[in-house]
Ligand binder design. Structure first.
Ligand SMILES: [Mg+2]
Length: 286
């Protein structure tokens, strides 16, 4: 047996593998107005799973009703990806010393957008996005499913059973509120979670946080915490993948905001002398 340890590595797409939200790229493409307002308004109602707002708009907002497959594919081509996604995918495909990784993308973005953005990098059947059904005229007829919020948990569970991997061999990478459910779930079953943004809600939950423009950077916490590699070995590994670890700041940061007690009391109508906002420790790689 060549490989003894098989891991499922699942990654979010928007702002985890890319820089911008694909929903705002799509709304720009079709000339729809006030995208962010609509998303915020919808999120405030809790009608849809966090991250599922675009799917809802495509089905129900008059400005998005004209969206067709071509718009989604063009949106994918306009997405600006983080660097070195191919190197990350190749590294995971190759595996390392008895560790084998199966990489999947799980995102609330329409599947067509992600498949188009990652064409030639990630196999289409390794992409789980929002599935839409079209009518004969090419317009969206229905939403089949949305991997947002709890929907991501469902996909992770499906993949674990398809691959036959144990829950403690699931690694999940994400950046935003749509990843909260799935990270809590993965942690709860002794899996490993990596946040790639300073979203305080998520940084609190994720086992590690890594900040970088480079997608390959997520291998740092995986190599350290899952494979137990040291700094020197990680450096060598970057080099053997044609990359250099240019800068690595390991920081433990408590961000503290201290308010003026009189102002705070006036604003909040309370007498608490101090209000502290504490963020969890972050690991930063730049
Ligand atoms: Mg995201």
């Amino acid at each position: 047996m060549a490989f003894s340890k098989h891991f499922l590595v699942a990654s979010d797409f928007d702002q985890t593998l890319s820089f911008n939200d694909s929903g705002s790229i799509l709304s720009e493409l079709i000339g729809a107005s006030r995208f962010q307002d609509k998303v915020d308004g919808l999120a405030g109602t809790n009608l849809v799973q966090q991250g599922g707002e675009l799917a809802y708009l495509i089905r129900h907002d008059p400005e998005f009703r004209g969206v067709r497959r071509e718009h989604l594919e063009e949106t994918g081509r306009r997405v600006r990806l983080r660097s070195n996604i191919p190197a990350l995918v190749e590294f995971l495909d190759r595996g390392l010393d008895g560790y084998r990784f199966s990489f999947f993308v799980i995102s609330a973005a329409p599947r067509e957008v992600i498949q188009s953005a990652l064409a030639g990098i990630v196999a289409p059947d390794h992409v789980f996005g929002t599935e839409l059904e079209y009518d004969a005229s090419g317009e969206v007829r229905s939403i089949v499913r949305v991997p947002a919020g709890y929907g991501k948990v469902r996909v992770v569970e499906e993949l674990e059973s398809r691959l036959g991997t144990a829950p403690d061999r699931t690694i999940y990478i994400g950046d935003g509120s749509s990843d909260v459910h799935v990270m809590l779930h993965v942690n709860n079953r002794s899996g490993f979670t990596v946040a790639v943004s300073e979203n305080t809600q998520l940084a609190r939950i994720a086992r590690r946080t890594v900040l970088s423009d480079d997608a390959f950077s997520v291998t740092v916490p995986i190599l350290e915490d899952v494979l137990g590699r040291g700094v020197g070995e990680i450096r060598t590994l970057f080099e053997s993948n044609g990359l250099t670890l240019a800068q690595w700041d390991k920081a433990r940061t408590d961000r503290v905001t201290v308010g003026d007690p009189r102002q705070q009391a006036a604003i909040a109508g309370e007498t608490n002398p101090l209000r502290l906002a504490l963020a969890d420790e972050d690991e930063a790689v730049a």
